[in-house]
Design a protein around this ligand. Structure first.
Ligand SMILES: Cc1cc2nc3c(=O)[nH]c(=O)nc-3n(C[C@H](O)[C@H](O)[C@H](O)COP(=O)(O)OP(=O)(O)OC[C@H]3O[C@@H](n4cnc5c(N)ncnc54)[C@H](O)[C@@H]3O)c2cc1C
Length: 637
């Protein structure tokens, strides 16, 4: 099968405008005749459901939380990029496009990324109109700060709570449509299967998480915006309820999974402190605007930071990357942190941490300025570590944070299964092998507010979609599959908790499919995951009943999916013998330890097709075409 990315012809700058003109439209009076299911109410799903409702479609909106507002997007801290060039510092749509392509280590599609940069400017206008309280300068202009991988300031922010404010804006827009009667919300519903009829996505099966009932919903198209799969690693910065279930079950129904090994490890998280933790806390990348990263020059130096004189400190990012300094992209900063810790120069009790020091910035700008920029992050750090970052440097270490991989989509954000569209972190689309900071919010909102409203209309206007109801055999089949999995989980009656298994899976992924990967390590990971999966199905303990509120059962289903998905993640990493972005194969590095791509053999999107649980998945390659940017060895020196 050839994957058709459906990238429109014409010059890069004109592709999206031309495409918008050539796409078919649905007559306004006909829109209410189409039902669209949107699964997920994070920034991508809420913005999509609100926009489709505003257009007049009949929208059914689902999420696993008790309110759409509890989506993981609420946790986003640092900001959202847009090429507004308010700072007059040389930014442009082209520069944002270029930075994103380079930041992703030349493993994303030019056309998608250019459209993202174009739409970025509209997002800010849209959100300001909704009342999102972005930070402002004294004169009233919106303020900007810098994020990694860019030499301009283009990140709009609302203190360290940008995701929360953006989600409140999208939620208001969503609830407006609920009042208008175009959107119906279904909270506490978990999508357990996708219903495919005659090759087209026509509905979903969900479990009502309060009553345990399996429910079916039919539609003309399905939009998945169910977020990323970082919690496969057990400890991550993601919300603990984040999961791969919806995407994975769509994969098992025929949707291709693209680049699953492209996982992002964020350099500035509060380090692991013991076995008691269920998640890790991010310290936003925005802190690297003013914080300086360092470790002692001498291995084994255990003096408190204040007693280590300037001459004995190694500001290793500033030393190695003078052009970008502390604002190198995340993959580069994370690898360097690992390197200095491997070198015995890590700090803190475990030696797995580096300092992020604000003393210079406080001296230069005053404590109140620093408080106004990052106050809530500093408070959070103090509450968790009992150390005051205004007085002592923060200790930080890399942790799993974001999934660049996801379900494969074409330029219209439609998967290879007609009718199934995928938005936000759940798709693979725009970030290549490494996402630049403040670009996820941009992509989720671009997808939801500015891309899907056009492209889904084209699909609905073009496709021949016979009427279907939930009485169709395909719904019955999907319900039976979901029921069977639930019954099997409850029937094991084993001795080990779901969390114990999840932690074990996470340890394998972190050790062998984490910051640094090798052929042998990846082979070991595949074998270990298979063994753990077998043990899971023989010895897991899932208490409670199916016909009731049962968070243990919900969790068990998600971890069961992670055992299947984890294997694909490792297999993808094994097959890609090059290094690129966050995917670092030790066998493929430059003499100074940077990721070394192999463009001749790997300049493609790897899209995997499910063929059966214990069968090898089939690899489909979508070649990446370079017409505007010439891939080079990435350098931030
Ligand atoms: C701590 C932290 C800080 C971050 N800060 C930034 C930042 O400053 N800037 C930036 O650009 N990015 C940031 N990110 C990344 C960004 O927040 C996410 O990538 C983005 O919010 C994902 O949005 P989404 O809409 O795709 O998915 P999510 O917000 O994860 O929403 C997923 C939705 O899907 C629903 N769902 C999931 N599974 C199912 C299912 N099976 N059935 C039904 N519903 C389901 C959930 O209920 C939820 O509504 C940060 C991430 C973290 C973890």
């Amino acid at each position: 099968m050839t994957l058709d990315s459906k990238i429109p012809p014409g010059p890069l700058e004109e592709k999206w405008d031309r495409h918008k003109f050539t796409m078919k439209l649905v007559n306004p009076a006909n829109k209410r005749k189409f039902t669209v299911i949107v699964v997920g109410t994070g920034l991508a799903g809420a913005s999509a459901a609100a926009s489709l409702g505003e257009l007049g479609y009949n929208v059914l909106s689902f999420c696993i939380h008790d309110s759409p507002r509890r989506a993981h997007s609420i946790a986003a801290q640092g900001g959202i990029n847009a090429a507004k060039n308010y700072q007059n510092d040389g930014d442009s749509v082209y520069r944002l496009f270029y930075d994103t392509i380079k930041g992703g280590d030349y493993r994303s599609r030019e056309a998608n990324v250019y459209r993202l940069a174009q739409n970025s400017v509209h997002i800010i206008d849209q959100c300001v109109a909704q009342g999102v309280p972005f930070a402002r300068e004294y004169g009233g202009m919106l303020d900007n700060r810098s994020f990694g991988g860019a030499q301009v300031s283009r990140t709009f922010y609302a203190r360290g709570q940008t995701g929360q404010q953006l989600l409140l804006g999208a939620y208001q827009a969503l609830m407006r449509q609920v009042s208008a009667g175009t959107v119906t919300i279904f909270p506490r519903r978990e999508m357990l299967d996708l219903v495919v009829i005659d090759g087209e996505a026509r509905g979903i099966v969900t479990r009502n998480l309060l009553t345990g009932e399996l429910e079916s919903y039919a539609a003309h198209a399905v939009v998945l915006a169910t977020g990323g799969y970082g919690t496969a690693y057990f400890l991550s910065t993601n919300a603990v309820q984040s999961n791969v279930t919806a995407a994975w079950r769509a994969y098992k129904r025929g949707a291709f999974f693209a680049n699953p090994c492209f996982t992002q490890i964020h350099p500035t998280c509060i380090p692991v402190s013991g076995e008691h933790q269920s998640k890790l806390t991010l310290m936003s990348e925005s802190l690297r605007n003013d914080g300086r990263v360092w470790v002692p020059k001498t291995p084994g130096d255990t003096r408190p930071p204040a007693q280590i004189p300037e001459s004995e400190r190694d500001y290793y990012l500033e030393r190695r990357y003078p052009s970008f300094g502390n604002l190198v992209p995340r993959d580069v900063a994370s690898r360097n942190a690992k390197d200095v810790c491997d070198d015995g120069r890590g700090v803190g009790e475990t030696g797995l941490a580096v300092y992020l020091d604000f003393a210079d910035a406080i001296g230069r700008l005053g404590v109140e300025t620093i408080r106004s920029r990052y106050g809530n992050l500093f408070d959070m750090y103090k509450r968790i570590t009992d150390e005051d970052p205004y007085k002592v440097p923060m200790r930080i270490y890399p942790a799993i944070h974001y999934a660049m991989g996801g379900l494969w989509v074409d330029y219209n954000l439609m998967s290879n299964l007609p009718g199934l569209h995928v938005l936000g972190e759940a798709n693979f689309s725009d970030h290549g092998a490494n996402r630049l900071g403040a670009s996820a919010l941009m992509q989720g909102l671009a997808d939801g507010y500015f891309v899907i409203p056009y492209t889904i209309g084209d699909y609905l206007a073009s496709a021949k979609l016979p009427a279907v109801t939930t009485d169709h055999d395909a719904f019955e089949g999907a319900r039976a599959t979901a029921q069977d999995r639930i019954s099997r989980l409850l029937a094991v009656h084993g001795r080990r908790s779901v969390r114990e298994f999840h932690r074990a899976l996470g340890a394998v992924l972190w050790d062998d499919v984490g910051m640094s990967r090798t052929d042998q390590g990846l082979r070991n990971a595949v074998a270990k995951i298979r063994t753990l999966r077998e043990e899971f199905w023989q010895d897991v303990s899932v208490p409670g009943e199916e016909s009731n509120l049962n968070p243990s059962l919900d969790y068990a289903g998600r971890v069961a999916d992670y055992f299947e998905f984890g294997e694909l993640l490792a297999l993808d990493a094994l097959h890609r013998t090059e290094s690129c972005g966050g995917h670092f194969r030790e066998e493929s590095q430059t003499p100074d330890g940077e990721a070394l791509r192999d463009d001749e053999h790997f300049s493609y999107v790897a899209a995997w097709e499910f063929t059966g649980l214990d069968q090898a998945p089939v690899l489909h390659k979508e070649p990446l075409v370079w017409e505007n940017v010439q891939p080079t060895q990435r350098s931030y020196k």
